[in-house]
Design a protein around this ligand. Structure first.
Ligand code: FAD
Length: 396
């Protein structure tokens, strides 16, 4: 018998991120011998940069409607079995202070480091062995899974892939999980950057660049989905929560529609201005409702510069349309360099929804962002990482 035929552990987990650490902690505490392998120099790096350093670790309103997947039902079982309240119970055990922001988003009071420290403490309680800075060279399955690494061969009966999505390669993201799926003949839903700023080119880029720095509350829609959130004009295009959310639904060459004044009917407002200040310029009047630079740009766009009293109903109608249904066609997204998540991944039809195990490859599991389940902005992606990890760990 070759030395590499001896199992290193009951379970090998590749990826010491949100899902990998959670899965290791739970399975370790259930008595499984767990070894985590990761090529990065420290665990949980994405957690540390998340939520502006405060980690938006879950969302009170977690439900399947906040996730995109080719099979929208797949996430239901795992989400129901490990809820935001279950995660809060972990925080309570570790006395980690947190607070709620709008839309049910929960953040650490102090720092995202609290979450990583908690996960590492729970892993230690479960006797988890962790091998960081370990490059994975190849995987074989011949009875056991044999993982060839820069630190030698690791063997186990079960292998969990928790290597996340493709965003932010400079902190360790890689297409590793997709390659493993390919190796074992599992179908992949093509990946794409999501929760990502949108870029523009040509004239549209120049027009928007003049507005860089402006942020306002809008309603943005595309493909029958809409989000009411803040939008930010940047030097390259559009960002802010409204845009990140809609980017997950936007496809190249499609147009997004923006309501710049979602709560305002401009007609009563216009009548008041016309009566009280008929000689005022439209840009001056509009600046009561919108940031000045934006008001001026919209008036320039429609060439509406005459005093209010001289502007025709038709021109106001065009302004009304522009204000409530501004149509823009992004040239692309900022891509994985700045995206928060990756859409697509391991096709959920390949996995069992209660254990995350590949139906066609016994012992091989996929959890977290590498799976074709992607949350909206607001803590849903971490909740999926915790819930899918929990489902897998309790079945290991
Ligand atoms: C800037 C930013 C902010 C975010 N903020 C939030 C937020 O506030 N709330 C929220 O819900 N979500 C947020 N997200 C998304 C969230 O971080 C991810 O969805 C979540 O971390 C996914 O967990 P995971 O365990 O699947 O993958 P990850 O946490 O990415 O962990 C993957 C691990 O696998 C390792 N790995 C990758 N490739 C290899 C390889 N080839 N060999 C060995 N190891 C490998 C990596 O080093 C890493 O440790 C944010 C993402 C970004 C980029």
């Amino acid at each position: 018998m070759n030395a590499s035929d001896h199992p290193t552990a009951d379970v090998l987990i590749i990826g010491a991120g949100a899902a990998g650490l959670m899965c290791a902690a739970i399975a370790g505490q259930r008595g499984r011998r767990i070894c985590i392998l990761d090529h990065a120099d420290a665990p949980g790096k994405k957690i540390l940069i998340s939520g502006g350093g405060r980690c938006n670790f879950t969302n009170r309103f977690t439900g399947p409607e906040h996730f995109l997947s080719q099979n929208p039902h797949f996430c239901k079982s795992a989400l129901a079995r490990f809820t935001p309240e279950d995660f809060l119970a972990w925080l309570q055990r570790h006395r980690i202070p947190w607070h709620e922001r709008k839309h049910g988003q929960l953040f650490c009071d102090r720092s995202a480091r609290d979450i990583v420290t908690m996960l590492l403490a729970e892993c230690a309680r479960g006797g988890v062995r962790m091998q960081m800075q370990t490059g994975i060279r190849r995987i074989e399955k011949n009875g056991l899974f044999r993982v060839h690494t820069s630190r030698g061969i690791f063997c186990a009966e079960r292998l969990v892939i928790a290597t996340g999505g493709l965003s932010i390669p400079k902190i360790g993201a890689s297409p590793f999980g997709l390659k493993v799926a390919e190796q074992f003949g599992l179908n992949i839903v093509p990946p794409r950057a999501a929760l990502v700023p949108l870029r523009f080119s040509g004239e549209e880029k120049e027009r928007l660049r003049a507005l860089a720095g402006i942020s306002l509350d809008v309603r943005v829609s595309c493909n029958n989905r809409h989000f009411r959130e803040a939008m930010l004009f940047t030097h390259r295009g559009l960002s802010g929560p409204a845009i990140l959310q809609i980017s997950s639904y936007w496809q190249p060459s499609e147009t997004i529609r923006i309501d710049l004044l979602p709560d305002t009917d401009i007609h009563p407002w216009l009548n008041r201005w016309r009566q009280q200040r008929p000689q005022a310029r439209p840009a001056t009047a509009l600046a009561e409702l919108l940031p000045k630079r934006l008001a001026r740009m919209l008036c320039d766009e429609l060439r509406i510069h005459a005093p209010l009293s001289a502007i025709s109903e038709r021109q106001w109608q065009r302004m009304d349309t522009l204000l409530h249904d501004w149509r823009l066609t992004p040239s692309g997204s900022e891509g994985y360099r700045t995206a928060e998540v990756t859409l697509g991944g391991i096709d959920t039809r390949e996995l069992c929804s209660s254990s995350m195990e590949a139906r066609r490859v016994p012992g091989l599991c996929f959890i977290g962002e590498v799976v074709d389940v992607t949350g909206h902005l607001g803590g849903f992606n971490f909740q999926w990482a915790w819930a899918s990890a929990h489902a897998c760990a309790t079945a290991l």
